[in-house]
Write a protein that binds this ligand. Structure first.
Ligand SMILES: C[S@@+](CC[C@H](N)C(=O)[O-])C[C@H]1O[C@@H](n2cnc3c(N)ncnc32)[C@H](O)[C@@H]1O
Length: 436
């Protein structure tokens, strides 16, 4: 039982992009180009969006008098770093403990490069003089690294732990180590989250070489950026976009962000390798407690215990503006689930996701000034091939929370080029602009 594919449905949104071909090339939602930009490139976060695009929006909105920007889903800090260089005031919220730490460390780019280098190089020196074997590591780590490689990584970690003092240099050094972990593994890593111990990579770096290179890359970026500008430091808060509790009422006049999509991507699993290495979790079983419980519910793993709560969630008054449609879609998902071995609780995930996002809009209304602009980079989804008009529902929830209006600007098509697609419902990605 599926909904009609989107191409057979009436157009839901005004599409403001004149040239469809250009829209297909739009890179707003991709992180790839950030890998050549100072500071952004310190940690590869495929969930991140384009720093160049953020910079353009910031410049344009600054000319219109908007210079207090909030990113409630700050990720690895793309908006915050760009706001600093655009001399806008910026606050960001990130709920994922590991990713929040990455973003916070990146914001330490103002630290003296020479001090960071001295600290990090002393860690490297000390690591090379440790000669005992690594202690026990979780199975995932053992499958991802040959013993010699793990020995070097473990020595780097232990040398860092000995030196760690909570200073800016210490956190930057932690990031240098965290950011080379995947490069040093000879096993495959999927472009998105999952490490694939069954696949091999053509080339893996030696841990000491990779760490040294990273130290020089980071300290070089720090020197370059410090010479180029000294905008106001951005503030990153480890918190929850669903309440934005630490943001003063009416503070932001601009919001640039990208929430998790309702597409079953598991942000907790995305950093399982790194968190296992540092001892933050032992394995997959710890992720719910250590990470997922803080996040918007955008994957089925997250809602495993909420299935019996689905009907109650759908009755929640915060879903009133979309109630009939979401109930219909969740009903279809619940029925379709019986046709699949995995019996994924997409119906629960969709109910929980929109309830969470309704809370986000209410929180954003509280912390934004009248006349603020909000941009959500977002895409729709079609679990089990059943289309969920994410942009429109988010727009409706925004208006119900007190914003004046919304439009959707499509930037690219999705689910059109992969051969192994699970379904053939055409999807789209773009910018949801909310005003008021
Ligand atoms: C699409 S990513 C944003 C990436 C970001 N634009 C960047 O360039 O790095 C969404 C982020 O929202 C975070 N997140 C999920 N639930 C959250 C919540 N309740 N509050 C704050 N952040 C949350 C995720 O951990 C993830 O980093």
């Amino acid at each position: 039982m599926t909904l009609k594919p989107a191409e057979q449905q009436p157009s839901l949104f005004p599409i403001n992009v004149a040239d469809e071909a250009q829209a297909t090339l739009d890179t707003t939602s991709t992180f790839a180009a950030n890998l050549s930009l100072p500071v952004h490139r310190w940690f590869r976060y495929p969930a991140g969006f384009s720093a160049v695009w953020v910079h353009e929006i910031l410049c344009r909105e600054k000319e219109r008098g908007r210079c207090r920007v909030l990113d409630p889903f700050a990720g690895c800090g793309t908006v915050l770093i760009e706001a600093e260089s655009s001399r806008a005031d910026a606050m960001g919220i990130e709920a994922h403990p590991f990713i929040a730490r990455v973003a916070a460390a990146k914001l330490h780019w103002r630290e003296k490069p020479s001090e960071f280098r001295a600290f990090a190089l002393s860690v490297l020196d000390r690591a090379q003089s440790i000669d005992d074997d690594p202690g026990p590591y979780p199975q995932l780590i053992q499958r991802c690294y040959p013993p010699e490689v793990l020995k070097s990584l473990d020595r780097l970690k232990r040398a860092w732990l000995d030196a760690a003092d909570g200073s800016l240099s210490s956190e930057l050094t932690w990031l240098a180590l965290a950011s080379v972990l995947r490069e040093c593994s000879p096993v495959g890593t999927a472009q998105w989250q999952y490490i694939l111990p069954g696949k091999r990579k053509a080339r893996a770096l030696d841990p000491y070489d990779a760490f040294l290179l990273r130290i020089w890359l980071m300290s070089g970026d720090m020197t370059a950026l410090q010479a180029a500008h000294a905008g106001r430091p951005a503030i990153l808060l480890r918190g929850d976009a669903r309440d934005c509790s630490a943001i003063p009422p009416g503070w932001a006049d601009l919001v640039i962000t990208s929430p998790p999509y309702a597409n079953n991507y598991d942000y907790a699993d995305a950093t399982r390798l790194e968190m296992c290495f540092f001892g933050d979790v032992e394995g997959w079983g710890d992720l719910q407690q250590a990470v997922r419980r803080y996040l918007v519910r955008s994957c089925t793993q997250h809602v495993a215990r909420d299935v019996d709560d689905t009907l109650r969630m759908l009755q929640d008054r915060r879903l009133t503006p979309i109630r009939d449609e979401i109930q219909h879609v969740c009903h279809l998902l619940s029925a379709e689930r019986q046709n699949h071995g995995g019996k994924k609780a997409y119906h629960t995930m969709i109910a929980a996701y929109f309830l969470d996002l309704a809370r986000v809009w209410m929180a954003l209304r509280r912390v934004t000034a009248r006349g603020a602009r909000v941009c959500f980079v977002v895409g729709d989804s079609a679990p089990y091939g059943i289309h969920v008009p994410v942009e429109r529902w988010l727009g409706e929830l925004a208006v119900a929370a007190g914003f004046a209006s919304y439009t959707f600007e499509k930037t690219r098509d999705r689910n059109v080029k992969w051969r192994n697609r699970k379904h053939r419902v055409p999807l789209q990605e773009g910018r949801l602009w909310v005003e008021g």
